[in-house]
Design a protein around this ligand. Structure first.
Ligand code: FES
Ligand code: FES
Length: 261
């Protein structure tokens, strides 16, 4: 016989009461029962951090937490970040700094960043890197994510000292329709670019020069991004001279050669 239990909790500020199977995972409860699809699922083993939500203000892995364990607790998902249709400074910073590529890790990344910035409002880059070590991102190399968190720290600090500056006020502008349900979803758009109806389609490379609104991939930006993510021939030679075990690492072909091949 399947065991059920009545649970009540506060999710994103709203009281929720449901009958759940005692073995139901919190991630499934949030996604399937409450429709909070900003909670993503990755490894389902508590490793990758993709399913991270806040319980009573602290990050937890919702894939290894039962819904009944959240009984009586307060849960926050990424959907609660924006308030009254305005992007949260963290969302704005991730958007502006292009702190995402596919966006799959982004909801969890932002919730972990929120926790970091609550604990350490003015962190060093090293502290941010260390703090984000619990969250795996398969795409970005983390550089822009750290940029985004540092940027968000500045925005949040300005926000605590009074009215937002002109830049910050602009940053809290009305969000476009496609972002209303949560974080940016890979369609990178820099300040001053086309509004939602002309938004750059998903799949735009992360290295797209800011301020441009060209549709389709920018090959220069793609090449630059790939080249900085993979070692060039001289780096491989240097690592070999240092006697490092390169495993399956190979050099990225020269950019020009790749384009003409
Ligand atoms: S999906 Fe929960 S930690 Fe990976
Ligand atoms: S997994 Fe982090 S942006 Fe794709």
């Amino acid at each position: 016989m399947i065991d059920h239990r009545r649970v009540s909790m506060v999710v994103n500020g709203q009281p929720v009461e449901r009958d759940v199977e005692t073995r139901r995972l919190l991630v499934d409860f949030l996604r399937e029962d409450l429709g909070l699809l900003g909670v993503h699922i990755g490894c389902e083993h508590g490793i990758c951090g993709t399913c991270t939500v806040l319980m009573n203000g602290e990050t937890i892995r919702s894939c290894i937490t039962f819904a009944v364990q959240a009984d009586g607790q307060e849960i926050m998902t990424v959907e609660a970040l924006n308030q009254g249709g305005k992007l949260h400074p963290l969302q704005e910073a991730f958007w502006e700094q292009q702190g995402l590529q596919c966006g799959y890790c982004t909801p969890a990344m932002m919730l972990r960043a929120l926790e970091i910035l609550r604990e350490t409002p003015n962190p060093t880059r090293e502290a941010v890197r260390e703090g984000l070590a619990s969250q795996l991102c398969r795409c970005t190399g983390y550089q822009f994510i750290v940029d985004a968190v540092m940027n968000a720290a500045q925005r949040l600090q300005r926000g605590t000292t009074g009215a937002p500056s002109g830049t910050e006020a602009e940053g809290m502008r009305e969000q476009p329709a496609e972002a209303a349900a949560g974080p940016p979803r890979g369609g990178h758009r820099a300040r001053g670019e086309a509004p939602a109806e002309h938004a750059i389609p998903m799949g735009q490379p992360p290295g797209q020069p800011r301020g441009q609104s060209e549709h389709g991939p920018d090959l220069d930006a793609v090449a630059t991004h790939v080249a900085t993510a993979m070692p060039q021939e001289d780096e491989i030679q240097r690592m070999e001279r240092e006697g490092r075990d390169l495993g399956t690492i190979t050099a990225h072909p020269p950019i020009e050669e790749e384009r003409t091949s």
